[in-house]
Design a binder for this molecule. Structure first.
Ligand code: S3P
Length: 176
């Protein structure tokens, strides 16, 4: 039976990749990590794509990949945090699956990412104020894209994964 895709969206550091891995193992679905797939295709890291080709180029690659994924089924997709910046992306996700928002506070994001240097949009702005401001700007987009949201603060990957499985009922995921 064909099932619809499950798209995980949310701010950088909200745990989309870890939760996607959990769901893939638990549900035996296929997983696609959009950033990793773009890196594989472009043969370079996201930060190199941003610095050498620019954000616009990255966003085009992101939409191209999403167009392909939206034609698939049974896929758990870990989206890049900025996927909601394009209306087309939101439409593609909504048409082909359930969209789940992982919501985290700026403090959680900072705690998880403060020692990382692979998020070009946070480079030199790794502080609660900058993260909160970016979150606030994006909040309406995340909310309009999501079918529902799950809070991730101080919760285990398994607890988050189980909540998603409960909320995204089989009925909701079936295409027919
Ligand atoms: C971005 C999030 C990143 C990556 C790129 C841009 C964003 O993905 O796609 O650095 O605009 O929020 P993660 O959310 O997986 O970190």
């Amino acid at each position: 039976m064909a099932m619809r895709n499950l798209y995980l969206i949310g701010f950088m550091g909200s745990g989309k990749s870890a939760v996607a891995k959990y769901l893939v193992n638990y549900e035996h679905m296929t997983g696609i990590e959009m950033d990793a797939e773009i890196e594989r295709r472009e043969k370079k890291k996201i930060s190199a794509i941003f610095s050498e080709n620019g954000e616009e180029y990255f966003r085009r690659k992101e939409t191209e990949l999403l167009r392909e994924i939206s034609g698939m089924h049974d896929v758990v997709v870990s989206c890049g945090g900025g996927v909601i910046k394009k209306e087309e992306n939101i439409r593609l996700m909504k048409e082909s699956g359930s969209v789940v928002l992982l919501s985290a506070t700026a403090e959680t994001v900072l705690e998880r990412l403060k020692n990382h240097h692979d998020r070009p949009l946070l480079e030199g702005r790794m502080n609660v104020e900058a993260i909160s401001m970016m979150m606030k700007e994006r909040a309406p987009l995340y909310n309009s894209a999501a079918d529902y949201s799950v809070c991730v603060d101080r919760r285990s990957v398994a607890a988050i994964g189980q909540e998603i499985l409960r909320k995204t009922s089989q009925k909701e995921m079936k295409t027919t």
